[in-house]
Design a protein around this ligand. Structure first.
Ligand code: C5P
Length: 292
């Protein structure tokens, strides 16, 4: 029996900075990242069922629809945690965020399913409980629950809310190749990382609302460990800078690259030019933290 439906926007994230500080005994790595939610989003609809099946439908035919889909995992984990094991859900996903791009698309879908189910079932879980549950499913999910601008440490689950980034425009382009996150982590030799982002400088710039100070400090340690150094990453960065971006960076483990602009006209011109070469090109704005 169908009961009711909630729709949620699952926003993409960009890494303003990404640092890896240690390899952990559990096989993961300790991170220090300034994360930013942006307006590019997937649409998630969740309809509660009174039987225990979980289904997913999506406009991307190659996405798995079984337990390999993070949205299905999130729904099952939610019902288990909330003690509602005889409940299920029908999930619809309209995907716009490119997959395997370092933009947290899958994590954001999982987070949106957790938010939707919590609201459909009378909010049995607190924000902290949703973040903890998300962390058991994927390292970026805790940030994606409420989003905004935050420092993420530990595996990604230790979150400190930061001042919202000053108003700006993001132009994002994803090259045709994708990067495997576990492979990139395995290529990382912590001893050979020469430079680390000035994370505190970014935090200070956020506090003083200094967009140029933030953009001068964009840095991602993964840019130097990409397999075979694909030319698209520096090429997209140079194009964005040529069009007037204040800074440009690869996000997460790639392969999407973004530029930050203080002028909408310049951002539109950069997007139009990059769209001649790449099919996944987007213009987005900063997205505020969600109230949960
Ligand atoms: O947690 P998630 O499933 O997103 O992680 C994917 C992979 O990325 C992990 O299996 C691990 O290889 C790597 N990872 C890591 N340290 C992190 C996050 C991810 O080593 N903090």
């Amino acid at each position: 029996m169908r009961i009711s439906t909630v729709t949620e926007k699952a926003y993409a994230k960009l890494n303003i900075s990404l640092d890896v500080t240690a390899r952990r005994p559990d096989g993961y790595h300790d991170m220090r990242m300034v994360m930013q939610t942006v307006s590019l989003c997937d649409d998630i609809s969740v309809t509660l069922r009174s039987d225990s099946s979980v289904s997913v439908g999506t406009n991307l035919h190659y996405l798995p629809r079984d337990d390999r889909n993070i949205a299905v995992k999130a729904a099952k984990a939610f019902f288990a945690k909330a003690g509602m094991t005889n409940h299920g859900a029908d999930i619809g996903i309209v995907k716009r965020i490119p997959v395997c791009a370092g933009m947290g698309g899958g994590s954001s879908d999982g987070a949106a399913v957790l938010r939707a189910l919590n609201s459909l079932t009378g909010n049995p879980l607190t924000l902290r409980e949703l973040e903890d549950l998300g962390g058991s499913l994927g390292s970026d999910i805790p940030f994606c629950i409420a989003g905004g601008t935050a420092l993420a440490e530990g595996r990604g689950e230790i979150l400190t809310q930061l001042p919202q980034i000053p108003d700006c425009f993001f132009v994002i382009a994803k090259p045709r190749f994708s990067v495997s996150t576990p492979e990139l982590f395995s290529r990382l030799d912590l001893c050979s990382i020469k430079y680390h982002p000035d994370t505190q400088g970014i935090i200070n710039s956020l506090k003083s609302r200094d967009l140029k100070g933030i953009c001068l400090r964009l840095y991602n340690v993964f840019e130097n460990v990409l397999p075979a150094k694909p030319d698209d990453i520096p090429s997209i960065k140079n194009t964005l800078l040529d069009f007037g971006a204040l800074g440009a960076l690869m996000t997460g483990t790639g392969s999407a690259v973004f530029g930050i602009f203080d002028s909408e006209d310049k951002a539109i011109a950069a997007r139009s030019y990059l769209a001649l070469q790449y099919s996944d090109v987007f213009l987005a704005k900063p997205q505020n933290r969600l109230e949960i």
